[in-house]
Design a binder for this molecule. Structure first.
Ligand code: SF4
Length: 407
């Protein structure tokens, strides 16, 4: 992860090459920038939400999430007053839920300590929960046009290629060098000749967004479009035909496989769900009960359920297998629908302690829909809904709790 920028150990003023980059990049950005909803505002709150959502997530995925979020919580105050379940529900599917929890905590801090006004000072922004050097730089440059540098994966790739930076961008020395470069570049906008385009001179917001845009659309990790790049004439990697060398490849850690059995337990008019305890993975989210299978252990759903809950289910259907990766884990989640006699409910409730839940409930179909679940459990919920067969023989349309069980 990029470190906080420190005061430059090299000359802090922009050099000719940084000026040349600013002169080539700014007009390109003005002509080609995508019309994204968060680019139509200078509200620091709206920009902050977009920047956090865009971490690890593609633009096309973020757009509807950002729009729903801004509709639900148009101001910091509205967000600070919201219940955490509602905040997590609007984040459902984006993953890395600590981002949503930090946004919520930061909103409360802004309301209580800054009079509900988003701070304008870079150092104060940096102190808010979940805001690191990149996000603080993005908010301060885009919303306030401050000469604050940014450095994310896209920007690192462009800088490493244009200046042929040989080191590992995650090492302390190279990372500090890149922050210095990003700082000088954002200051270089002051050198943009105002007679050509007055709006671009000193436009720190456009410069930083131009780097993000170039990294996302042109200077991509594989097959960069050098022939249509505005920096082609100044790019050292391109000039020396060594684009593939930059940035230096980081050795990937081998992914560890993990397998989970997850059970949508249906009994009478309810489905049993629980809420993850604070402080752990997926804190505050709701989920179906489940069990992780030890490495090499054969998987037999009915036996796994029995082993975990101490109860033999009266019916069991396979629903869906979900594969996804989180950090260094490659996860397979196998979802099943289980029917349980009413008399066995209390036996099942006794197993809550094993699940890392702070609370558990039997909920109807409507409540289940409204609860925030992790991405894998949310897909299993959708598969369960689809698998339910109504009294008229139609699938997935009725309140699933009122429907027949196939198992
Ligand atoms: S010329 Fe190619 S390698 Fe250099 S910045 Fe442009 S797209 Fe990236």
């Amino acid at each position: 992860m990029p470190r906080a920028p420190r005061r430059s150990s090299v000359n802090d003023s922009a050099t000719a090459s940084e000026k040349a980059v600013a002169i080539a990049l700014l007009p390109w950005f003005v002509l080609t920038a995508r019309d994204l909803p968060w680019r139509r505002t200078q509200d620091p709150y709206a920009i902050w939400i977009s920047e956090i959502m865009l971490q690890q997530t593609q633009v096309k995925t973020v757009i509807p999430y950002w729009q729903r979020w801004m509709e639900a919580f148009p101001t910091v105050e509205a967000l600070a007053s919201a219940r955490s379940d509602r905040v997590l529900k609007l984040w459902e599917g984006l993953g890395y839920y600590s981002r949503a929890r930090n946004i919520h905590r930061a909103a409360v801090e802004i309301r209580d300590q800054h009079d509900a006004r988003f701070p304008t000072d870079h150092a104060t922004v940096l102190e808010l929960p979940g805001i690191g050097p990149y996000t603080a730089g993005a908010i301060c440059s885009i919303a306030y046009n401050q000469p604050a540098p940014i450095l994310d994966g896209n920007v690192i790739r462009v800088l490493c290629r244009v200046w042929a930076v040989p080191g590992d961008p995650r090492s302390g020395k190279t990372n500090a060098l890149l922050w210095d470069l990003a700082t000088r570049l954002v200051k270089a906008t002051q050198l943009f000749p105002p007679q050509h385009a007055p709006a671009l001179a000193g436009n720190c917001s456009a410069l930083n967004q131009a780097f993000m845009e170039l990294g996302a659309l042109v200077c991509t990790p594989r097959d960069p479009a050098c022939s249509s790049c505005p920096l082609q004439a100044v790019c050292k990697a391109h000039r020396t035909r060594r684009v593939a060398r930059y940035p230096r490849a980081v050795k990937r850690v081998k992914a560890t496989p993990r397998r989970f059995q997850v059970f949508v337990v249906q009994s009478g008019d309810g489905v049993w769900v629980g809420r993850r305890v604070d402080g752990g993975a997926n804190a505050g989210l709701w989920e179906f009960p489940g069990v992780e299978l030890a490495e090499g252990m054969p998987s037999e759903p009915a036996e796994d359920f029995l082993r975990w809950a101490g109860i033999r289910p009266t019916g069991l259907d396979a629903l869906l297998e979900v594969k996804h990766s989180i950090t260094r884990f490659r996860i397979l989640t196998m979802g099943h629908r289980v029917h349980l006699a009413l008399t066995l409910r209390t036996r099942l409730e006794g197993a809550q302690i094993l699940l890392g839940w702070s609370e558990a409930r039997w909920v109807n179909g409507e409540t289940l829909e409204a609860l925030p679940l992790s991405a894998a459990h949310s897909r299993i919920r959708a598969a369960w809904r689809e698998a339910c067969v109504g009294p008229d023989g139609r699938k997935g349309r009725q309140d699933p709790i009122q429907t027949r069980f196939r198992g």
